[in-house]
Write a protein of this length. Sequence first.
Length: 347
Amino acid sequence: RTSHRIALIPGDGIGIPVLEAAMAVAEAAAPGLLEPTGFPWSCEHYLQTGRMMPEDGIETLRGFDAIFLGAVGWPAKVPDAVSLHGLLLPIRKAFVQYANIRPHRLLPGVEGPLRKDGFDILCIRENTEGEYSGAGGRVHQGTGDEVAVETAIFTRTGVERILRFGFEQAMGRRRKLASVTKSNAQKYSMVFWDEVTRDLALEFPEVEVSHYHVDAIAARMVMAPETLDVVVASNLFGDILTDLGAAIQGGLGFAASANIDPTRKGPSMFEPVHGSAPDIADQGIANPIAAIWSLVMMLDHLGEPAVAARIMAAVEATTARGIGTVPGRDSTDQITAAVLAALEEQE
Ligand code: NAD
Ligand code: IPM
Ligand code: MN
């Protein structure tokens, strides 16, 4: 069987132990299936070299089958705007990973703050433009007349492809799509987004479409998450809603994500939703489940659904036993060992 070449970027803080845990699980489930090459690109690397990644970093990554990333950012050492615009965000853009897929459901045995089960949401976040375009500037900096402008850019290409992707996902699920805007207050981009949604809905008559304002759907995700299936949102709205989605699924330690280029021209990237968690970074208590679930998404993407399913079953067996279900109680090593043991029991 062929192996898959993976670029491993652990990054900062808890990114390092959670990726190590996930790779141990991958190796146990299918020895040699993933062929990892590690890259030390991180805030530490920035302090040593003046760059988050080398100038040819994107070209280096291009040859891999996928990128597996832990977390980037260490605000005490390097400003977030520098570290994220030097590594994570350029990768998403350069490889046109326009669909950021983030599943939110409760694993067995995990009690969210609100309910024990009953929802299964797939957030599809636009990942290359919108509020993250980086267009803008500051004038009269530091003076009383200072003005800062941050322009959100929405292109027809960008809006159409993310909504089309959302409709296609909905067709493979419960055929419900929630389109998220703030078109009551934002009269250009979000009205445009609503129009594209309505046009595409004509192509997918089987899909039941709902339009929500981002504030209203935030409340709905808490009060009635079972009414939602596929949720499609812009870059910033999707970012915020997916930390909320993480919260209702039990915490950031459970939320996985895939940054996909559906055209498969370049590598896609897989990473937990959470960041480097400086507050717990040296305590050995980071939950590796978000990273392991992201590994599962990577294996599915690489055409290894059987291995992916076995790992997901081992994760679910682990949480069903109450291991890793309460934030901060079990160590990273204990949770990883339980997943490895559950894998072994499958044989
Ligand atoms: P964060 O996600 O790192 O942490 C938020 C809270 O959730 C913290 O209390 C943390 O302890 C907890 N948490 C997160 N992951 C956990 C896990 N696996 N297990 C247990 N608890 C977990 O968000 P933040 O504090 O806003 O950001 C910290 C740094 O990470 C910043 O530099 C930020 O820019 C960066 N960041 C990076 C990414 C990424 O690389 N994809 C994502 C989010 C934030
Ligand atoms: C995420 C993160 C990033 C984002 C940050 C670190 C730039 O919060 O992946 O959700 O906003 O996309
Ligand atoms: Mn986020």
